[in-house]
Design a protein. Structure first.
Length: 276
């Protein structure tokens, strides 16, 4: 999707739904932090291969963010111990990097948030260690397409329910399931803010989209059923039926004519090379 550069209203306030409306100066700052998040994810893809530990991938992301003048938002956030989330195979989200070594055919989501000049840039994408199975490849393709279906309906006057409905209809039409337990969120000068951006729902419901809103869309899609559970570390969410899960995330801004994707990959690497 092409980057749309729009001048936002010269205002910055909470609307009637408690959602912050940002101005053009804010958009400039968000572009910088989101670009760095995308660059971090571009960088780390060069290192995803069988045998590497998720701890090593975390360290590479951590150092890259610091070297570019930002801080990793997840490190210490509500006690989270690492600088990114790495979720492998049936881990839905919030996987904690550690000594686990990637194996051939593993799929993984890496989720980073950079704090740059006080602004939070948030994005995640899928990677493959070695070759990918046909089932995993199809899951990744559907999840990415679901994200883009959700983004395609973002414009002033539509609703957040329109986003969820577009994602849910596409995913379930492909005989997969949308996770209900986690959602996208408002973002800007804080990591998480109003609104909650659900990836399921009904058209013409929820708050109305307005120029100047910043938020993430980040559908999690399972090959099996949508139910999840949290492991004993109080962070890692996995599929209850141990089916594979995938996720893609963009931060977007609502513009006067539609949407600007703030976390586009500078090297066009957002979607992985699926080696069958």
């Amino acid at each position: 999707m092409n980057l749309i550069k729009e001048i936002l209203l010269d205002t910055n306030h909470l609307n009637k739904d408690g959602i912050r409306i940002h101005n053009d100066d804010d958009l400039y700052e968000m572009r910088q932090s989101c670009k760095l998040a995308a660059e971090t994810l571009d960088m780390i893809g060069n290192y995803v291969e069988p045998g590497i530990t998720t701890e090593k991938l975390n360290t590479l992301c951590h150092d890259f963010m610091l070297d570019h003048g930002s801080k990793p938002a997840t490190l210490g956030y509500r006690g989270f111990p690492k600088s990114c989330c790495i979720s492998v195979n049936h881990v839905v989200c919030h996987g904690i990097p550690g000594p686990k070594r990637l194996k051939e055919n593993d799929i993984l989501n890496i989720d980073v948030t950079c704090i740059l000049n006080g602004w939070f840039g948030d994005s995640s994408r899928m990677y493959v260690a070695g070759k990918v199975t046909k089932k995993a490849s199809r899951l990744i393709e559907v999840t990415h397409a679901a994200l883009m279906h959700g983004i395609s309906v973002v414009k002033p006057g539509n609703t957040f329910g329109d986003i969820g409905a577009a994602i849910q209809q596409f995913v379930e039409g492909n005989k997969m399931s949308v996770v209900r337990d986690f959602c996208g969120h408002g973002v800007g000068r804080s990591f998480h803010s109003s609104p909650n951006v659900l990836h399921f729902g009904k058209k013409k419901t929820g708050a109305v989209l307005e120029t100047g809103m910043f938020f993430t869309i980040e559908p999690m899609v399972n090959l099996g059923k949508p139910e999840t559970k949290i492991l004993s570390d109080n962070w890692t969410a996995v599929t209850k039926d141990k089916s594979l899960s995938a996720q893609f995330e963009h931060t977007v801004a609502v513009t006067s004519e539609g949407v600007e994707i703030l976390t586009l990959s500078p090297k066009n690497k957002f979607f992985p090379d699926l080696k069958a």
